[in-house]
Design a protein around this ligand. Sequence first.
Ligand code: IPM
Ligand code: MG
Length: 353
Amino acid sequence: MGKKIAVLAGDGIGPEITVQAVRVIEALGLGISMAEGAVGGAGYDAAGDPLPAATLALCEASDAILFGAVGGPKYDALPRAMRPEQGLLRLRKHFDLYANLRPAIVYPELAHASSLKAEVVAGLDLLILRELTSDIYFGQPRGVRINEAGEREGFDTMRYTESEIRRIAKTAFEAARKRSRRVCSVDKANVLETTQLWRDVVIEVHKDYADIELSHMYVDNAAMQLVRNPKQFDVIVTGNMFGDILSDEASMLTGSIGMLPSASLNAKSFGMYEPIHGSAPDITGKGIANPLATILSAAMLLRYSLGEEAAAGRIEAAVRKVLAQGYRTADITEPGCRQVGTVAMGDAVLAAL
Ligand code: IPM
Ligand code: MG
């Protein structure tokens, strides 16, 4: 039976970049069918819900989700439950997509585009593994209340269960086995109880992975080390909130957030695949957004959810080729390059396939 992908383009530049990834998947001729669903602000506009029931049903009936981006100024004043970001968070929770893989690779041609010196980042190949379904993002209770002093007080709850830590730690060690066999677990165990448990459990799980070198780092130091000497890392495993922050930081090492794909997987390898950048309202509709992060997300989708390793490799090779050929979107432009817009970059990848 042919495989199915749910395509949720979302808001802002989401539709522009997603369509390029869809073209690439079609060009591979794998007989994959794709169907679109509304999500985020687009879901709210279409059905009054950032994750409409029809979209969830479409995802349920698919083998993987290709996701664009959500959010925009138009929706900022909505009550929290109706905000575009809730579409994304509910999908993560609904499908139990606990393992978020955020690779940060510096392509040789783009080392100069980093805000750091080229020699600090050249050759960087780092995997940030972010836990995605727990932590302060989902912990209860949360809210804003009037406290005993009659003052408004906001509160969120950081929580991790042992089993949640155990499964992401396993994913980290397994991933490291296919790489340079080093895992750095990032926490704030000097201050937070939750992350002391995190550290303890990671150490327990490590007993089954004697071939992997494990280190621990406090998140403040990790933020510093990422810009001081990022090549010291192979796999970084961390919780939902620290991973959110560190993965944005890591993206800048690579020159552009427009280059970075991600995969969010559950225990059955069902996954949602999305560029790590957002909906970029400032450049929406201008035809200049970089589609490569989404195209590379499609490669991850083929690899992790559809078992199409060869096709994934073809897409990645095509992206390397267009960079070597000098094609650049505005975010990674440089003197003497062939500057192109979103569609022309898609064309270049298709030609390189
Ligand atoms: C991300 C984003 C999301 C997050 C937002 C849009 C809810 O920043 O995927 O990193 O915080 O997880
Ligand atoms: Mg983020």
